[in-house]
Write a protein that binds this ligand. Structure first.
Ligand code: UFG
Length: 324
């Protein structure tokens, strides 16, 4: 298939572009490079530097591209940032995606794979979280993604657009050159812990040690980016059979912050310098996916555990490349 990958210079988008290429698809990456990096785009995948929320800029790309499908990763992704400037999230993630969808329909691109998020569920009412769990986001980031899921329901019903909304839990790890940014803007636990080990960042702050969990720290479901990429390739195939897919992407297993720090120590051979701090506002205590639907509908099963996730992130940080 001819496939357009928006956000193809970002962490998950670039890893998925490589997996799609390896599966035999003809892939074009689109990215405005506001956060992505041109050197993350896989070899053999052309990069179009374009803002995919700009209809006029998209037009020549779609007219020339004759795409069969679009995988849409380009977005603003920080929960905390979304609390400070919700309007940016609604403009880029919701309105911007509406612009992209309108252009795709105009050019008869009939398949769409969407980067959604566990943040669409909000505070969990039960664990693990299945796809029927109520969706009541507690931040504008999750709301902006949920609004897009709702648009996709209508576009399937009224315009026949086939789509898969993949709700990621905690994306992590690295594959090849595709890893998380290791800079001052990074907020995610694993890269921040690894940078604390190398002294590239100050000691890690553990946000809360009095949560109602066995060791008092928050529990999350970390999923390796290579497993995520594999799920996207499968979702594209599934759209041959299915009109509308909604699936969680997680391991179905939780790890506490302390367990992650233990894994970092096992991998690096060094303890993570850290301080115990108060809770971070907006964090739920436990977020774990039920991954049954992804297994049934996509035939997907993640294969990489926490030590592999941390090990690959460490290889990427220290050597610039993780195992394929
Ligand atoms: N944490 C710390 N110290 C840090 C960073 C994180 O203790 O310096 C803790 C957090 O409190 C949380 C856990 O580590 O308990 C994971 O935090 P992250 O910031 O890595 O990730 P989040 O769980 O907050 O959010 C991530 C994505 C969201 C997505 C969500 C879905 O960033 O986009 O997973 O599960 F919606």
């Amino acid at each position: 298939m001819r496939v357009l990958v928006t956000g193809g210079a970002g962490f998950i988008g670039s890893a998925t572009a490589a997996a799609l290429r390896d599966a035999g698809h003809d892939v074009v990456a689109a990215d405005d490079l506001s956060r992505g990096r041109a050197d993350m785009v896989p070899d053999g995948v052309p990069l179009e530097v374009v803002d995919v929320t700009d209809a006029a800029a998209l037009e020549p790309l779609l007219a020339a591209g004759r795409f069969d499908a679009c995988l849409h990763f380009a977005a603003l992704i920080e929960v905390g940032d979304s609390m400070e400037r919700p309007e940016a999230y609604f403009r880029t993630n919701t309105a911007g995606t509406a612009v992209l969808l309108e252009a795709l329909l105009r050019h008869d691109v009939g398949r769409f794979v969407f980067s959604s998020t566990a943040a669409t569920y909000g505070e969990p009412e039960r664990t693990p979280i299945d796809e029927e769990h109520p969706q009541r986001p507690t931040n504008p980031y999750g709301e902006s993604k949920l609004m897009t899921e709702r648009m996709l329901d209508w576009l399937h019903a009224r315009r026949g657009l086939r789509s898969a909304s993949l709700r990621y839990f905690n994306a992590a790890g690295a594959v090849g050159r595709h890893g998380e940014r290791a800079d001052d803007h990074q907020t995610h636990l694993i890269p921040v812990a690894l940078m604390a080990v190398t002294s590239a960042r100050p000691p890690l702050k553990v946000f809360g040690t009095d949560w109602p969990t066995p060791d008092g720290t928050c529990i999350r479901d970390y999923i390796h980016v290579a497993d995520l990429a594999d799920a996207h390739v499968r979702a594209l195939d599934a759209l041959e059979r299915e009109g509308l897919v909604r699936a969680n992407l997680g391991n179905g297993r939780g790890s506490s912050v302390r367990e992650v720090l233990d894994a970092v120590e096992r991998v690096t051979g060094r303890p993570v310098p850290h301080t115990d701090e108060p809770r971070r506002p907006g964090d739920p205590a436990v977020l774990i996916a039920s991954a049954d639907r992804a297994r049934d509908v996509l035939g997907w099963a993640p294969t990489r555990d926490l030590d592999r996730i941390v090990g690959d992130a460490w290889a990427h940080l220290t050597e610039g490349v993780a195992p394929a």
